[in-house]
Design a protein around this ligand. Structure first.
Ligand SMILES: [Zn+2]
Ligand SMILES: [Zn+2]
Length: 257
């Protein structure tokens, strides 16, 4: 099974997974770069997986469906161009011989979902849209801090070797904020150096892994005492006994950063 990150717009990745004959694409905000990749690798598009309703994630769905006849799967509780199979927590999507478990991860949008698959003979895969980014998380456009914290907890509980396929290359900006939050985190420093090298060669920093994110991502570390004390120093009125309040203050700090 091969995994490709197709760049689109200024910083999106359209993830394409294929077995050399059939393919899945996730969140195709644009059709053309996907069609190009399908032609180049001589692939038939079998399934389109959608995580949430934002245009940079669904803009190419209709054109791709028309061009390929692919089956479209998306969140049960969001407005996505019909027809599609609507799925939610507890559902399983079978594609390319894999079984993708659907996870409800509200916060960035109200009905955001993620897709997780164990890959026999390989490490697991997570397509998490705009919920979890490397070193960061999505903005809270429709959900509450409590919801986003629970969604990130769900993702952080996946196996450490899970490949984290985020929808945007936001890593370097996220890591400069992460270093402001945790200046003494050695794993974060090493990871930043590695990602800067990748970007200086125009390589994606993704996929990341759940183990890396647990070690370096402040939004998965908002219960660490080092993070709590920095948040309290930055936003002194935060109730540090309330984990959702700490998370909210951390997210607000990033919004202003
Ligand atoms: Zn989005
Ligand atoms: Zn997006």
């Amino acid at each position: 099974m091969k995994l490709l990150a197709i760049p689109a717009f200024s910083d999106n990745y359209l993830w394409l997974l294929h077995d050399t004959r059939h393919a899945i694409v996730v969140d195709p905000g644009q059709a053309e770069p996907v069609l190009e990749s399908l032609r180049e690798h001589r692939l038939a598009l079998q399934t389109i997986l959608v995580t949430h309703h934002h245009p940079d994630h669904v803009g190419g769905v209709a054109a791709l469906r028309d061009a390929t006849g692919a089956h479209v799967v998306g969140p049960a509780r969001e407005r996505i161009p019909e027809p599609l199979e609507r799925v939610q927590q507890g559902d399983v999507v079978e594609a390319l011989g894999l079984r993708f478990a659907v996870l409800d991860v509200p916060g960035h949008t109200a009905g955001h979902i993620a897709y997780y698959a164990e890959c026999p003979g390989d490490v697991p895969l997570l397509f998490c849209g705009d919920t979890l980014f490397s070193g960061g998380c999505g903005r809270l456009f429709e959900g509450t801090p409590t919801q986003m914290l629970a969604s990130l907890d769900t993702l952080a509980a996946l196996p450490g070797n899970t490949r984290v396929c985020c929808a945007h290359e936001y890593t370097l900006a996220n890591l400069s904020f992460a270093r402001a939050v945790e200046p003494d985190n050695a794993a974060l420093r090493d990871y930043s150096t590695k990602c800067e090298q990748l970007r200086s060669h125009s390589q994606p920093t993704l996929p990341s892994t759940i183990a890396v994110e647990r070690a370096i991502n402040p939004f998965l570390r908002s219960r660490e005492s080092a993070v709590i004390s920095r948040v309290a120093a930055h936003a002194p009125h935060t109730d540090t006994r309330d984990e959702a309040a700490v998370f909210a203050a951390l997210r607000e700090w990033k919004n202003q950063f």
